[in-house]
Design a protein around this ligand. Structure first.
Ligand code: CP
Length: 357
């Protein structure tokens, strides 16, 4: 398989791609948000508090980022993430722009990805970017920071990872933790049961990293063909992560059941990936969450799914109040308001306090 521009870059410049993933360490201003590895437990709670404040402004919005602009660049398809970043910026009083794909851009005339990212940075104050390649948003952040260092670009434009291939989806995780926090008022000590492809489903990978950071107990229902990677399981304290094949037992013990889709869009022409997806489809078929299976869960537990969903969450469960996947989508807007505000150096929380004083 031929390597893309970003894979080649990553192999030749691993340190450069690490350098753009700075720890947030209490101050997100003008930093990139590329990976859950950048966040401590305290950092995660800073986003949750900011999202709570953002939620209070939802009916009318708040003019904190007037005349600032956000580009939601979805190089890979999206319904929720791109649209909610656009709406989040609009609710903050700025201009949110959604762009789906780059087919009509000068990349079609042979412009390099590097030059293209720099051009977009001249037009926007913050960029939320989704790529089909792993580390695509990190590459964009690297290009921007390098051009600032060289004195070509006047200012840093933070890059937010809106999903990079099979790697991570950190803003989905922050929104998911916000949903759980709203439901339970805490995170530490809750039991999160997950069923997903842990090697290709980026929202599951980011969620595991976040769950380890905030001290949640995880029961990972593992498909035989896509187990929890060793680098992720190493983040958990002894006993904090249990792996099993038994979804019913995982449901019985859950505060939260979180499901992910079979990400077969990554198969391409690869025989190994096709076989993996086919096996995964069988294992999903054995574990469909329907109205009968849902009775195994505690009455105060919730079910989450970042969507898009297929058969894993059967429509017969839609009327059960424990199924919170639509609330989960709604919660993404205040969380993405919180992210945009914090990374552009303003605080909705402080603005709300000032209004009350
Ligand atoms: N959950 C999620 O990332 O949805 P989209 O792919 O529609 O953005």
């Amino acid at each position: 398989m031929t390597k893309n521009e970003i894979q080649v870059f990553k192999e030749q410049n691993p340190i450069e791609l690490k350098a753009v993933q700075q720890p947030i360490a209490g101050d997100a201003t003008l930093k990139n948000l590329l990976s859950m590895y950048q966040l401590s437990e305290e950092d995660i709670f800073d986003y949750l508090r900011e999202a709570e404040a953002a939620e209070g402004t939802m009916p009318y919005g708040i003019d904190l980022l007037k005349r600032r602009s956000l580009l939601a660049l979805m190089r890979q398809p999206s319904t929720r993430t791109g649209g909610s970043f656009e709406e989040a910026m609009t609710k903050l009083g700025g201009a949110g722009r959604y762009r789906g794909g780059m087919e009509s851009s000068s990349e079609a005339k042979g412009e390099s990805r590097y030059d293209s990212e720099v051009a977009l940075a001249t037009q926007n104050d913050i960029i939320a970017e989704r790529t089909s390649e792993e580390y695509g948003p990190m590459f964009a952040a690297y290009a921007i920071e390098r051009e600032v260092r060289l004195g070509h670009l006047e200012r840093i434009v933070p890059v937010i990872n809106a999903g990079d291939g099979r790697n991570e989806h950190p803003t989905q995780t922050l929104g998911d933790l916000f949903t759980i926090y709203k439901e339970f008022g805490e995170l530490k000590g809750l039991t999160l049961s997950i069923f997903a492809d842990y090697e290709r489903y980026r929202a599951a990978r980011s969620l595991l990293i976040g769950a380890a950071a905030v001290g949640m107990n995880v029961i990972a229902v593992e498909p035989t063909v896509a187990p929890v990677p060793a680098d992720v399981s190493a983040l958990f304290a002894p006993g904090q992560l249990i792996t099993t094949g038994d979804i019913d037992e995982a449901m019985r013990r859950a505060n939260v059941l979180w499901l992910g889709r079979n990400p077969d869009e990554y198969d391409g022409k690869d025989a190994f990936e096709k076989a993996r997806s086919a096996q995964l489809a069988k294992e999903y078929a054995e574990r469909i969450i329907d109205v009968d299976r849902l009775q195994k869960m505690p009455t105060d537990a919730i079910v989450m799914h970042p969507r898009p969903r297929r058969d894993e969450l059967h429509p017969s469960v839609d009327t059960d109040r424990r199924v919170r996947d639509v609330a989960q989508m709604q919660n993404m807007i205040p969380m993405r308001m919180a992210i945009v505000a914090r990374h552009l150096g303003v605080s909705i929380l402080d603005a709300m306090k000032d209004t009350l004083e």
